[in-house]
Unconditional design. Structure first.
Length: 237
């Protein structure tokens, strides 16, 4: 069964998106379309058969994604980061340049609500900025929401850089982020995000898997990420 429109950002601020009012869900049907031309970002996305069993396609357009990312980035702009230098920058730079002419996105969702989102764009991503936002002093970051209906909420994010599989590029990062959100009143929720970023001949490949339970293992995610990067590499050689 095809699921409705997916509401999730493919940036490291997924938890902030989940706190915002702009990340609501609906039941819009997935639209059918003709196969994309072979030289477009859409043609470089993984085929449906590559995704794990139990995940179904969900509707998520480039415009939807850009707007949801912008909402998360807006929340981040007023939030407090500790350490302050761990405020991510690569997402903001990339998101403003995404449009339907240079980007394609594919979204998948399980019955439990876990998601996998793949993005391919001809806009290069700042991988070095991603590395700085996930290692060293930024291995543990506390985000405090200061405005809106969720003011006072804190998100403790623990980042761990993972060893990526062999990839046809030196510009890559694979990382795990475990976010523990504590709401005013003491209720808590935990989510895991596995993220892979790579730039191959100027083409950015992003794969993000978010889960609250029974998500992908590191090895399963690494294999899917390797397939996504290899597909782009083969097309750009």
């Amino acid at each position: 069964m095809l699921r409705g429109k997916l509401s999730v950002s493919v940036i490291v601020l997924v938890s902030l998106c989940l706190l915002g009012t702009s990340c609501s869900d609906d039941t819009s049907p997935v639209s059918e379309s003709s196969p994309p031309p072979s030289n477009t970002p859409a043609a470089l996305l993984l085929p449906a058969r590559a995704f794990p069993q139990g995940y179904q396609p969900a509707e998520l357009s480039v415009i939807d994604l850009r707007e949801q990312n912008a909402a998360a980035l807006e929340s981040a702009g007023t939030a407090q980061f500790d350490p302050p230098q761990c405020r991510p920058t690569a997402d903001a730079d990339l998101n403003s340049k995404l449009d339907v002419s240079n980007t394609a996105v594919s979204a998948w969702q399980s019955a439990a609500g876990n998601t996998i989102t793949e993005l391919v764009t001809t806009v290069p991503r700042d991988i070095d900025a991603d590395v700085r936002a996930t290692v060293g002093e930024c291995a543990q970051v506390t985000i405090t929401i200061t405005q809106g209906s969720t003011a006072g909420t804190t998100v403790l994010t623990q980042n761990r850089r993972l060893t990526p599989p062999p990839l046809p590029t030196s510009l890559s990062l694979m990382a795990e982020s475990v976010a523990t959100t504590t709401y005013p009143g003491g209720r808590t929720a935990t989510s895991q995000t596995l993220a892979g970023y790579a730039v191959v001949d100027g083409v950015t490949v992003q794969l993000v898997a978010n889960s609250t339970e029974n998500g992908l293992s590191d090895l399963e995610f690494a294999d899917l990420f390797a397939q996504a990067v290899a597909r782009v590499s083969a097309a750009t050689d």
